[in-house]
Structure formats: C-alpha cells, structure tokens
Write a protein that binds this ligand. Structure first.
Ligand code: PLP
Length: 406
C-alpha cells in the first residue's frame, strides 16, 4: 500500500483537534465527509479573486468563473466515464438529482397503472420522490426485498418485473447495511425488458470506481459533500437520449432559450435542467475534490477502507451483545449496530463525550429499521483519513461504556 495516511490527515486540519478534551475521532463520513485544504482553498480563491455570476456576464470575472464551472462538468464526465458533458447535470445533491428524475421521467414516461421497483434498503431520498410521483401519476411502487444478511433478493426481480414496470431504483451501496449491490446485473436484467434503472451512488462514489458506461446505468446520482467535496452540489448523470425526452424540472434562469408571455422555449442539455444561479463556488471547488480522489487512487483508498471495515467488524464482534446489521461479504464503508440492552442514543451520546463522532437513529431508512424491527441504531462509517488506531480507541471506549450502560 502506498497511501500515506498521516500525510493525508494533514490535508484535513479539522481532524486535528480535541472535543471534550479528547482527540476527535470522526466516524461519520457516510453522513458527510470532511473536506481537504485543496477544496477549501479553491472556494477562498474564487471569492477572493474571480467570483462572478456565470454564463450571463460579459466581463472578465464572469468569464473566468464560467470557464471553471464548465471545466468541472468535463472533469466529472471523465471521472465517471459519461459519453458527453451534456449528460452531467449539476444539482443540490443526490436528493435533488433523484427528485429531478422522479418528476421529469415521471412526466415523460409514467402513466396510470405503471410500476416502479424500489429496493427495501434505500435511503428515504430514493423512496419518497418515487412515491410522490406515483401518487401524482396513479402509478405503483413495488418493493424489492433484502434478506437477513442485508443482501438484495435479486432472484425475485424476474417475478417482480411486469409489463407495467418502467424503472428500477436501487442504491449502489446501502447507507445502512453497507451492501455493495450488483447493479450491473440488475441493470442487465432490467434492460432485457426495456426497463430503465436509476442508481443512487451517494455512498459508492468515494469508495468504488464508477464507470457509468460500463455499468450501463440510465441515471446515476451522487453528492459532492460525501466525497470530500463541498456542500450544496450534486450530480445527476443521465443518458442523453433520455434527458432529451424529459421536460425541465424547474423553470427560470439558465434553462430557458426564449420567453414570451405566450410561450417559452427551453435551453439545450445540460442547461435545460439547471434553472437559476447554481452553487457556483461549490461546483468549482468540487473540481478539487474530484482531483483529490483521483490523486488518492480510489482502488487503493477502497482497499485501505476495507481493511478498516474488516478490522472494526472483527473487534466489534468480540463485544458481548453486539448485533451488526448487514454482513454481506461485499460490503463497504459503514457498520450499523446495536448492543443488546443499551439504547443507541445513550451509547452515541457517551461516545460523543469521549470525542468519537458516530451517527445514531434511523439513518433516513425507516424500511431497513422496520425490517430488523429496531427503533434506532448506531452507525460508524469510514473515509480514507481514518486509522486502525482510531478503531482501537473506539473499541476501548465501547469496552468501558457497554458494561456501564447494560
Ligand atoms: N442516498 C443515500 C444512499 C445516502 O446515503 C444519502 C445521504 O445520506 C442520500 C441519498 C441523500 O444525500 P443528500 O442528502 O446529499 O442529498
């Protein structure tokens, strides 16, 4: 392994601090990762040197900001191997990307009685927009279940697919169970029946190399803030031939071509889906996050994160009363658990007081909680800046807290 983790940690000064007089251990990167200096400096540079509103300004600052903004689109297209820059739409985040597709694909392609297959392990962001669209269009949501190990029952897909099915929505990596889903196989099965597939890549994008062309995804959604980038930016990748047939999601600003009170004509892709002033600064700084990930080498980072995951899982299993949700061999990034007899909020609060940031609650995935019949859980999640020593400290903390709280 060539990754120098202590050097990498220097890029994330936020990690080098004490909270409650204890060294901070940040195990909540699945909720949002920390940002390297390269990203922060780019934001500062833009505001200090060349900030201006993009696309419309006929002046130096606007031109320079526009060039950088559009360069990030090319960069993202190359990063996920999209076939053209028109297939990259900037949004606020994964949630907005999925809402865009649910609305716009729904308007173009969904009729009364049609069906959308949604997996049981989805984040609410990949359930609720489909329900809202189904309500509007008189369509139906069909659930693709997972088993006790947190593995999708894709053998049931053949039965669940009917001649009414129009789209399958599935996470590349589940934010609760960490399962890496076989999206290529799901896409292949769906495409055999001419069904489109949206992949929610929010948790996958920083853990595995994503090649939308090879995967053949129709839509792929992700957020910058979970991949070392700034808040407020997301990507929707969509196949050009589909995006072209879909109506705009919001009206105003850059998405128009010409407006009269009688009729408005819309701009071309990708601008048709980018109404209003976008998050210029964050998009431009996001380019640095993409560069950062590329320089790290995602495969190497993933192998290291896997080492952390396996080590933490092994150590957690030694704790009496430990229940881990999701133990698929193909897992990434997160461990969600409970300890028998202990409320996760109590444990989470005590861990916080020991400097360890974890996530507690229902993890925006009520159906997963209901599947396991639990009210709440604790989740730890890793990024490339975490260390085996941090896991040791976390396990030591649990060994102290578990007997105390049981
Ligand atoms: N999908 C998954 C799998 C997630 O983990 C998340 C966030 O945790 C989202 C969607 C929503 O992402 P955002 O809040 O950035 O829109």
């Amino acid at each position: 392994m060539t990754l120098d983790i202590s050097q990498i940690r220097k890029d994330f000064p936020i990690l080098d601090q004490q909270v409650y007089n204890k060294p901070l251990i940040y195990f909540d990167s699945a909720a949002s990762s920390q940002k390297p200096l390269q990203v922060l400096k780019k934001e500062e540079q833009l505001y200090l040197e060349y900030y201006g509103n993009i696309h419309r300004g006929a002046h130096f600052l606007a031109d320079k900001a526009t060039n950088d903004y559009e360069a990030v689109r090319d960069q993202v297209a190359a990063f996920i191997n999209a076939s053209s820059r028109e297939e990259i739409i900037f949004t606020k985040g994964t949630t907005e990307s999925i809402n865009l597709v649910a609305f716009s694909f729904g308007e173009a392609f969904i009729n009364e009685g049609d069906e959308i297959i949604v997996s049981e392990m989805e984040h609410h962001a990949n359930i609720v927009p489909w329900q809202m669209m189904a309500e509007r269009k008189g369509a139906k949501i069909v659930m693709l279940p997972f088993d006790e190990s947190g593995i999708l029952c894709i053998e049931q897909l053949d039965e669940l697919i009917s001649n009414k099915t129009k789209l399958v929505a599935v996470a590349h990596i589940a934010n609760t169970l960490g399962t890496i889903n076989p999206v290529e196989e799901i896409i292949r099965k769906a495409h055999e029946k001419n069904i489109k597939v949206l992949v929610d890549g929010a948790q996958a994008i920083k853990h595995i190399p994503v090649d939308v062309a090879e995967m053949d995804a129709d839509f792929y959604a992700f957020s910058a803030h979970k991949m070392y980038g700034p808040n407020g930016v997301g990507i929707l990748y969509g196949k050009k031939e589909l995006l072209e047939k879909m109506p705009p999601y919001q009206g105003g600003g850059e998405m128009i071509s010409e407006v009269t009170f009688e009729k408005t004509t819309f701009n071309e892709l990708p601008y048709k889906f980018e109404a209003g002033t976008p998050n210029i600064t964050s998009v431009i700084a996001f380019g640095e996050a993409v560069k950062y990930l590329q320089n790290l080498n995602i495969e190497e980072a993933a192998a290291y994160e896997n080492e952390l995951l396996e080590y933490a899982t092994k150590k957690l299993k030694e704790i009496p009363g430990m229940i881990i949700y999701g133990d698929h061999a193909k897992k990434s990034g997160v461990i969600t658990f409970n300890v028998e007899g202990i409320h996760p909020f109590d444990l989470g609060t005590m861990l916080d007081k020991m400097g360890i940031a974890v996530r507690t609650g229902r993890l925006c995935a009520d159906p997963v909680m209901d599947h396991f019949k639990v009210q709440a859980t604790i989740r730890i999640s890793f990024a490339v800046y975490n260390t085996l020593e941090e896991i040791d400290s976390f396990i030591q903390a649990l060994n102290k807290l578990v007997p105390m709280l049981s």
